[in-house]
Write a protein that binds this ligand. Structure first.
Ligand SMILES: Cc1cc2nc3c(=O)[nH]c(=O)nc-3n(C[C@H](O)[C@H](O)[C@H](O)COP(=O)(O)OP(=O)(O)OC[C@H]3O[C@@H](n4cnc5c(N)ncnc54)[C@H](O)[C@@H]3O)c2cc1C
Length: 580
């Protein structure tokens, strides 16, 4: 296996929205940048997203403080206060940054980005979520163009990062494998930015995510000893399709789809909720659905029915339908469920689908992780969204945090020197990677991957309890053992998908273990985390974050105090006054 070596000031791993924003900003600050992606540049979940983005300062009466409160209430108080503050304060700059690259948001009749052109999504107090007529496709196109036009960014496509090199707690760069040739690249850097996105693929096919969301960055950071936070908090998007199989998991719409008069109906034909679903957060709706699913009160397709017929009397909802029909947003409902369902004349099937990871690498407001020279941005970073993310906040987050870490890493890079990576570390990682080709066991990695996904859906998905979580942990250990001792892979050197599956599987197993371990610790239900055996929220004991990391070869955990305690206490006081 040939090894090529490169030196850069900043290396960015992952080229979705967060990675591209970080690379562009670092390059604008005068440093040399490498942008690495296991797919083409500007893919990932960023390319398939709706690109609806939270902005500040639009509706009269709205303010960054109110956005902050909404995000923290929606996140059920686990959010990191400083990160939320940064997002709430800078949301409008993220819009300007993206528009300066050539991706535009919907305007009102006067051509302005006003409240009239924005949605009010569940958990948001005001209309502040801007719709992207061109969705993620146009956003990705703009990002790709911007990268192509920045000469100081070296692009590495179809290149898979496998680890971080470090001396002590100082990160020195990465090893990556060129999937087209299977050659290894050693990329030395003064600063390394993780922007590898989420891990929704752990739940395939019950996921809205792109197939690249295999949690590589969480696993890479964990193996290097970085701290991660609240890994149990996996968000399920309430309204996704569940049949036929090729549509399973496909995203439909936020709770606003239900409008003021939409109903959710269980498999026994009973009404679960009949109004104001549109004002609920994703976690609130998913929890209602999960309880029916856990009790087996499900439709033939394993979900619930949504009945939108009464919204056909509401002018605002007729307008909503018209706008979305013009954009052909729900065409798949017509194709899969028929004309009457599409026209809201009869109820149709919906199921929750794994969508977003609130947990991730623990960072400070500059995107710095607990390891020196290592940054994390976008979905791979944790803390900003707490136990539940409000719609349209991720796209704001990826650009704000991406820009911030891009400039901060550039500033650090100009102050330091590239450090020599120990030859023994390189040899060890090359040997590990090389060992994944031509393995002679009996189990192809794709089979173990599918088994793991089923295990996660059934035991660590929207419904959890002690028994399921303990079973999942023992199965994850068994699969880890099987992968080490009985895996079979091809030895082909040109884009060996067995090799890609093997590396991703290893990362998925590590993520699965972090998610399950944290989920087993949190003996309460909060936000996206629903425990059947601890069905209530337990503020007295669990207004806490769970930190997880690797030390001396072992998984360690720690329970730490939340940072948004003042907002929690204020909300409690307001609630009390309302009740008196
Ligand atoms: C269907 C859908 C709709 C959504 N709509 C919205 C919305 O309207 N508004 C909103 O705010 N949020 C939305 N989201 C969420 C949001 O899109 C994502 O959270 C966000 O795009 C994540 O950006 P990212 O840059 O962190 O990761 P991604 O865009 O997923 O990019 C990660 C990149 O890292 C690469 N990568 C991963 N591992 C490696 C590795 N080992 N080596 C090299 N490269 C690697 C991947 O190939 C990928 O290109 C949506 C998500 C989905 C799935």
């Amino acid at each position: 296996m040939a090894i090529k070596k490169f030196d850069f000031d900043v290396v960015v791993l992952g080229a979705g929205g967060a990675g591209c924003a970080a690379a562009i900003t670092a390059a604008r600050n005068g440093v040399s940048v490498a942008l690495i992606s296991k797919e083409s540049i500007a893919m990932g979940n960023t390319r398939i997203c709706e690109a609806e983005m939270t902005s500040s300062g639009i509706s009269t009466g709205d303010s960054p403080d109110i956005i902050k409160e909404d995000m923290i209430k929606g996140g059920e108080y686990l959010n990191n206060l400083e990160l939320v503050d940064l997002i709430a304060t800078n949301a409008s700059y993220a819009i300007s940054f993206v528009e300066s690259l050539g991706h535009f948001f919907r305007r009102d009749e006067e051509g302005r980005l006003s409240a009239k052109a924005a949605n009010r999504l569940g958990g948001h107090s005001f209309h502040r979520s801007f719709i992207s007529p061109g969705s993620g496709v146009s956003l990705a196109h703009a990002l790709r163009n911007a990268i192509a036009n920045t000469s100081s960014i070296a692009v590495f496509e179809d290149i898979l990062a496998t680890c971080l090199f470090q001396q002590g707690d100082e990160v020195q760069g990465t090893l990556a494998v060129d999937l087209k040739t299977s050659n290894c690249l050693v990329l030395r850097a003064k600063a390394t930015i993780l922007a590898t996105g989420g891990c929704g693929w752990l739940y395939y096919p019950q996921t809205t995510n792109n197939r690249s969301a295999t949690g590589d960055g969480y696993a890479i950071a964990f193996e290097a000893g970085a701290k991660l936070i609240d890994m149990e908090m996996v968000q399920f998007f309430p309204f996704a399709m569940n049949h036929p199989l090729h549509y399973a998991g496909t995203i439909l719409e936020e709770p606003i789809l239900a409008g003021p008069k939409g109903k959710l109906i269980n498999g026994l034909g009973e009404i679960v909720v009949d109004r104001d679903i549109n004002r609920m957060t994703r976690a609130q709706v998913t929890t209602l659905m999960a309880k029916e699913i856990a009790a087996g009160r499900i439709t033939k397709w394993g979900g619930l029915k949504i009945d939108l017929s009464e919204n056909l009397d509401i002018p605002e909802m007729i307008h909503y339908k018209k706008v979305n029909d013009e954009r052909k947003r729900f065409e798949k409902v017509r194709l899969a469920y028929g004309e009457n369902a599409f026209n809201w004349k009869e109820p149709w099937d919906v199921s929750p689908s794994a969508h977003y990871m609130m947990g991730g690498v623990k960072i400070d407001p500059e995107g710095r992780s607990s390891l020196k020279n290592l940054y994390a941005v976008g979905e791979v970073a944790g803390g900003a969204m707490g136990a539940n993310r409000l719609g349209s906040t991720s796209v704001a987050d990826i650009f704000i945090m991406g820009m911030g870490a891009g400039s901060e890493s550039a500033r650090c890079a100009t102050r330091s020197e590239n450090l020599e990576i120990k030859k023994s570390l390189i040899a060890e990682e090359v040997e590990r990677v090389e060992g994944l080709f031509g393995k002679k066991g009996t189990r192809p990695p794709i089979k173990i991957k599918r088994e793991l996904q089923q295990l996660m859906r059934e035991n660590v998905g929207i419904v959890r309890d002690e028994k399921r979580l303990s079973y999942a942990l023992s199965e994850i250990d068994r699969m880890q053992d099987e992968m080490e001792n009985d895996m079979c892979t091809s030895d082909i050197r040109r884009y060996n998908t067995d090799f890609l599956d093997a590396v991703e599987l290893m990362n998925m197993l590590t993520c699965a273990k972090m998610i399950t371990t944290s989920a087993k610790m949190r003996n309460e239900s909060r936000g996206a985390h629903l425990r059947l055996d601890f069905a209530d929220k337990d503020d007295a004991n669990w207004l806490k974050n769970i930190v997880i990391w690797k030390e001396d070869g072992q998984m360690r955990t720690l329970v730490s105090e939340i940072t948004a305690i003042e907002i929690y206490e204020k909300a409690k006081k307001d609630d009390h006054h309302k009740r008196v």
